[in-house]
Design a protein. Structure first.
Ligand code: AHR
Length: 487
């Protein structure tokens, strides 16, 4: 086993890790909302006002901090007024982006806010700029957040919600360079300025406004956007970057059937996130020291599972996805001075899902377990850390980040991306003398996954970690994610 030295300086605090970096995304797409999160009140599956109890519990367990809704591309086709009032009277629509299925609007604004309250997370709305109107968005904000008397707030009261909700995160448009209107950045920027003017702060609510940023590392979009939109109009810009192992939207690759070469390509492609954030942060800093970055959508995008609706984006999730998740979360932690939120795509049954469902059955994916193992980073402080590293098949083998919480407990998260090498990590810890070390490991064959027949094939297990004279020692087996907590 190869030995790698590492160092952590618990006194060298770098940036605050916003809990929202561990955020999620739920779109009216395939079985994410319907037959996923929301089964309806009459379902035999145990639910609270139609929301699956096991999903509420699973989201709470990872301390889901924020949930984005209703899309995605769906958001720019969504009319919020169709999703309120008596369910039987709600208008139906065609979900044009995702399979052309009928959307009955039974999950709307009230149901979404109910979900967020049950989970204890911040709601994050994506408002329709692509095909809606300024008035619709403006009314939506008033409906949700105002305590004053108006026809709109009276409608909310009539629909059963007396007090307004709190809404912090508001995205104005989604992928407006693509599915959200195929706009030029200049055109979007002007539209954004107009829309955000009518998104007001009512009754003490304070909106955190988010403008549509680039696709991946599109520098031109960000430059042009920020030459028109400034920090009096926006708090953050969002970027979307998906890991596509095949590197080509027409041949994305299979979720479970992949070679070692494809695995290394996946990791190499996911590590591109680091370059994108660095580049995009650099551009933002040239225009403003206030505007932040949000990674609105990220994760692996494979070919859909055979026999499923191609518009539903249903894919399995293996140990490879766990490594991808760990690498990205470590990158977000490392850039937490700029990255204030990141949302995995998506929460249930779509793309790199946390959870898969089939009827009453529910499976926590390897990706879910990584969010569980990283949750102590939420609202902690990133501290200086360094690990000696090796290049394996063109990628750095080890990914890591370290944080310290308000009580001085240290959380270290590592991933060993190598399929060939095991490592022993000898880590010096400066600035504190830990008395207790507890470690958890997620490791399996890279192709292993959790199915409805074997839902616990990949799950975290206790791992050894020894306190030494200088710090801490533990192993990092090939293809593993390890969390060490020092107190
Ligand atoms: O997450 C699936 C889709 O990917 C979203 O609707 C869209 O924003 C992105 O292209």
């Amino acid at each position: 086993m190869k030995k790698l030295n590492a160092v952590v300086n618990a006194m060298d605090k770098r940036s605050h890790i916003n809990a929202e970096i561990y955020g999620h995304f739920s779109e009216h797409l395939g079985r994410c909302i319907y037959k996923g999160i929301y089964v309806g009140e009459d379902s035999p599956i145990p639910n609270t006002r139609g929301i699956r109890n096991d999903i509420i519990e699973a989201f709470r367990n990872i301390r889901m901090p924020v949930l984005r809704w209703p899309g995605g591309c769906f958001a720019d086709a969504y009319c919020w007024t169709d999703g309120i009032g008596e369910k039987k009277d709600r208008k139906k629509m065609i979900n044009v982006h995702w399979g052309g299925v009928t959307e009955d609007n039974s999950f709307g604004t009230h149901e979404f806010f109910d979900l967020c309250e049950l989970v204890g997370c911040e709601p994050y709305l994506a408002a329709n700029l692509g095909s809606g109107t300024v008035k619709e968005v403006s009314d939506w904000i008033e409906y949700i957040t105002s305590d004053a008397l108006s026809p709109i707030t009276e409608l909310r009261r009539k629909n059963g919600r007396e007090k307004p909700w709190k809404l912090k995160y508001l995205g104005i448009g989604n992928e407006n360079w693509g599915c959200g209107g195929n706009m030029r950045p200049e055109y979007y920027a002007d539209e954004y300025r107009r829309y955000q003017s009518y998104c007001r702060n009512y009754s003490g609510n304070e909106l955190y406004k988010i403008a549509c940023g680039p696709s991946g590392n599109d520098i031109d979009w960000t430059e042009k956007l920020l030459s028109i939109v400034n920090d009096s109009h926006t708090n953050a810009i969002s970027l979307h970057y998906y890991t596509i192992p095949g590197g080509d939207w027409n041949r994305k690759g299979s979720a479970l059937d992949f070679t070692d070469e494809e695995y290394y390509k996946t990791i190499s492609s996911t590590l591109e996130m680091e370059n994108i954030i660095t580049k995009q942060s650099g551009i933002i800093r040239r225009y403003s020291d206030k505007i932040k970055l949000i990674v609105d959508e990220w994760g692996c995008w494979y070919d859909v599972e055979e026999g499923t609706n191609p518009g539903f984006l249903y894919q399995q999730n293996s140990m490879r996805d766990a490594i991808v998740a760990a690498c990205n979360l470590n990158i977000f932690n490392a850039h937490s001075d700029m990255v204030v939120m990141a949302n995995l795509a998506q929460a249930v049954n779509v793309l790199q899902a946390l959870i898969l469902t089939e009827g009453e059955k529910m499976v926590k994916t390897p990706t879910y377990h990584v969010f569980d193992m990283f949750k102590e980073h939420q609202n902690s402080e990133l501290v200086y850390s360094f690990t000696e590293n090796e290049t394996v098949n063109g990628i750095p083998a080890v990914s890591q980040s370290v944080s310290v919480d308000g009580s001085g407990n240290i959380t270290m998260t590592f991933a060993n991306c190598s399929l060939e090498e095991d490592y022993e990590i000898n880590c010096s810890v400066i600035g504190t003398a830990p008395e207790k070390a507890e470690a958890v490991i997620l490791t399996e064959d890279i192709h292993a996954y959790n199915s409805f027949e074997a839902p616990e094939k990949v799950k975290p297990a206790p791992h050894g970690a020894d306190i030494t004279g200088e710090g801490i020692k533990f192993t990092l087996p090939r293809c593993s994610v390890v969390t060490v907590r020092l107190s």
